[in-house]
Design a protein around this ligand. Sequence first.
Ligand code: LLP
Length: 382
Amino acid sequence: MIKGSFPIEDFRGLQTPFYAYDKELLQKTLDVINAESNKYGYHVHYAVKANANPIILQTICASNLGADCVSGGEVKAAIEAGFSPDKIVFAGVGKADWEIDYALDNDIFCFNVESEPELENINVLAAQKNKIARIALRINPNVDAHTHSYITTGLNENKFGFSIESLPQVVVLLKKFSNVKLVGLHFHIGSQITDMSAFQDLCIKINELQEFLREKDICCQHINVGGGLGINYQHPNHVPIADFESYFKVFHDYLKVEKNQIVHFELGRSVVAPCGSLITKVLYVKKGTSKQFAIVDAGMTDLIRPALYQAYHHIENITSNANEEKYDIVGPICESSDTFAKDYTINAVKRGDLLAMRSAGAYGEIMASRYNLRELPKSYFF
Ligand code: LLP
């Protein structure tokens, strides 16, 4: 098994569990994103929901990405980290009035609007401030992303966006609203997508839609294709950076853009997942009747993905090279779902060993909770 190299000496004395972030890998990833997206003049927004750690946000902001936010709290965090409001987009099916007000006060670039009543509400709130809100309509393209059902968003059965069929009626409605301006179309089909043909399908749907809208004399300057690029959870050391080259090329090859149209992306996981690991200590090795358990001090409260989505995270014993053995690796929370891996082969563990749960930089720290009144783990950058 190829192992990552961890600065074990620097880990000594730190209270476990904690999140360890690899600054160099984050920067390299951002450099690749910029190099590949700049080839085509694409604008990339970082999906703050993946990880809003202030140092991560500042690093991403310094690499000139914009921010994709889904709550007033995220808009605030992005602004505090230095993102210019004119690079902030704000999505979400349930934006509260205070969140819309806050975004209007800060003159963000665009609201990704998901329903008619939301459109009407933004119009009312913008009118109260004598402002014109720039909006993009989130369209549900009914494209299957072939990913976990909890993170598939672009099917008709999902709660997100407008259906293509409802668009003519929405366009009529828009004409009545003088405090919103349609500037874009927004799409997002799901997350952890590794089959590029799903993005190809999305491009084809967008092309058809643009054609349909052109017949109605509607052309939007901005096309936001969302995020969703997956990473390699199985082999974090072999493939530490997602395939941004192929990803952006799919859009270049298949998406038909009008002159002056700008293509936007909202990438979260692929930007930050590989650079983060959850470091945890083995508390006890318990011999069960048919298996043995490695009981660690991290729980589903610190990395909920295995419990919530049956997600795989590569786990390494970073303090031992002893012969490999099989364990169920479990946390201390009073729930059976507090299991990181079952029948997992790893260098034999003993009390006090440190394990690294890899690819935890996205949807790890940000989804942590204090269930069982646990302390939130700290984060460190190496
Ligand atoms: N744009 C929109 C509208 C989204 O809903 C999402 C993610 C993104 C962009 C960023 O997608 P990404 O590039 O990260 O795939 N907690 C789950 C993932 C939830 C994703 C929700 N939306 C997980 O741990 O797998």
